[in-house]
Write a protein that binds this ligand. Structure first.
Ligand SMILES: [Cu+2]
Length: 474
């Protein structure tokens, strides 16, 4: 490379790395996670760093000035959204841990759910003992993250905004004045805000056909109420060194270590309880990949997503990652795809969701069965983006469960016996059907899982499964 370009690269790299090293309060561990070995990097990567250094200088200050006092007395509903920024160690598949950064001790962060037109009052608190400052950029707010800057350890900051547009919106840490934003987001500091349309969701039309007595085939559209059983699926990647630190070099090359859904690889696949129910043996797997199978994983033990047949199901999907998601459900057609309360597609096989993009997918599972929702990129499927829905009673378990006294009467989905995983279920909204039960599942710290258990609102399956197993095998 010529000398002038070489000098530019050096300046850009020093600017970025210098600010990272000295402009914040990272510990040595944090720095190790972020730093790059420039001698091993190719020109393309350096070029990207240079562009990133320039990005900060030209970032538009699109700051819609908001006064919490004025907005709080505007007559609108005010919804408070309190978050903390915490760096913690969390597990990854294979028995290791990684240095995660979280909103409120969980990955993804808590889901905010409001109605279009509500005022959101977001408060970010950084504990005294936290190793770095953090920021927050809520895409629903139309406020630039650079205006919010960052919150230092021991400090609290807030902003208010009107959720003017309906839809699903990512929120994420904006780093320390934007520096290290990639590290913070890809280490776990992301979540969603669901803004329900002020006039509610629309009923769902599903295309069917019928044939009359003379053999004539015609349309037979089926309509479902706007009320739906809802799930949230947030896609991302992890870029990690073998020691579990963030690997910026791998990120620049798009060489991810793992593909995650709601923070975990293969978080929604069968576990030992399902093995027992279907195969009569906790050790006889019913699915090829059951990495979080054992009961010792507690809140991390994989769980399935249970739905009823002929039920309107609504999925809030966000791609918080760096790589595209080709959203597909094996054995199903996506009956409707919505973004921003506008229908984008109907009766489609796969929907492309780019980085920081979302989709609301409405569908009905017609037949009993196990359906895998995947990112239809084979590399993503094999590294974690396979999520199993079970519709109805495909394994004919109702008679067994009733006979053994696990359930009093046949049920329309196994959620009535085992519940649905808490991290896949958003807060209730305008047109939500309540889940029969929720179990504690997610990339939560032990403190978060303990609080959920103490609340009495969630089932701790690691305590229930041995009891059920005892009943079923006696
Ligand atoms: Cu952060």
């Amino acid at each position: 490379m010529n000398r002038r370009i070489s000098t530019l690269f050096t300046i850009a790299a020093v600017a970025v790395m210098g600010a990272t090293l000295f402009g914040s309060t990272y510990t040595q561990t944090q720095i190790a996670g972020q730093s790059l070995d420039a001698s091993k990097m190719d020109v393309d990567v350096m070029d990207q760093i240079m562009q990133m250094g320039g990005l900060q200088l030209v970032m538009p200050q699109a700051f819609a000035e908001t006064d919490c006092g004025v907005l709080e007395s505007s007559g609108r509903t005010v919804v408070e959204f309190d978050l903390t920024g915490e760096s913690v160690e969390l597990p990854v598949m294979g028995g290791k841990t990684f240095n995660a950064m979280t909103f409120s001790g969980q990955v993804p962060g808590p889901t905010l759910r409001v109605t279009q037109g509500d005022v959101v009052k977001m408060t970010l608190t950084i504990p005294d003992d936290e190793v770095t400052g953090h920021g927050n950029d809520m895409h629903a707010s139309q406020i630039s993250a650079s205006a919010f800057e960052s919150v230092n350890p021991g400090e609290t900051a807030q902003y208010c905004y009107i959720a003017e547009a309906a839809g699903v919106f990512k929120y994420h840490c904006s780093g320390v004045k934007l520096i290290g934003m990639d590290q913070h987001v890809l280490s776990g500091m992301y979540g969603i805000a669901i803004v329900d349309p002020v006039d509610g969701y629309k009923k769902l039309m599903v295309e069917k056909t019928k044939v009359d007595g003379s053999g004539e085939v015609s349309l037979d559209r089926k309509f479902y109420s706007a009320d739906a059983l809802e799930f949230q699926l947030q896609y991302n990647q992890l870029y990690l060194t073998p020691e579990g630190n963030y690997d910026a070099g791998a990120m620049f090359k798009h060489h991810n270590t793992a593909t995650v859904v709601n923070g975990m690889q293969f978080g929604y696949v069968p576990n030992m309880a399902h093995n027992l129910l279907v195969n009569g043996d906790v050790n006889k797997n019913i699915f090829v990949a059951q990495p979080w199978n054992g009961i010792e994983h507690k809140q991390y033990q994989s769980q399935l997503l249970f739905v009823e047949n002929d039920q309107h199901v609504r999925l809030f999907i966000e791609n918080s990652g760096n790589e595209p998601v080709f959203f597909h459900i094996v054995g199903e057609i996506l009956d409707r795809v919505v973004q921003g309360n506008r229908v984008q597609s109907a009766a489609t096989e796969t929907w492309l969701i780019g980085g920081s993009q979302n989709a609301i997918v409405d569908l009905v599972f017609d037949e009993p069965g196990a359906y895998a929702a995947v990112n239809h990129d084979y590399a993503a499927i094999y590294t974690g983006a396979a999520t199993v829905f079970v519709a109805g009673d495909p394994f004919g378990l109702n008679p067994v469960l009733v006979e053994k006294g696990v359930i009093p009467a046949p049920v329309a989905s196994y959620a009535y016996a085992l519940g649905n995983p808490s991290d896949a279920v958003p807060p209730m909204g305008k047109n939500s059907i309540a889940h029969p039960a929720l179990n504690i599942h997610g990339l939560y710290t032990d403190e978060v899982a303990s609080e959920m258990q103490a609340s009495g609102d969630y089932v701790a399956l690691w305590e229930v499964i041995p009891v059920v197993a005892e009943i079923l095998t006696s």
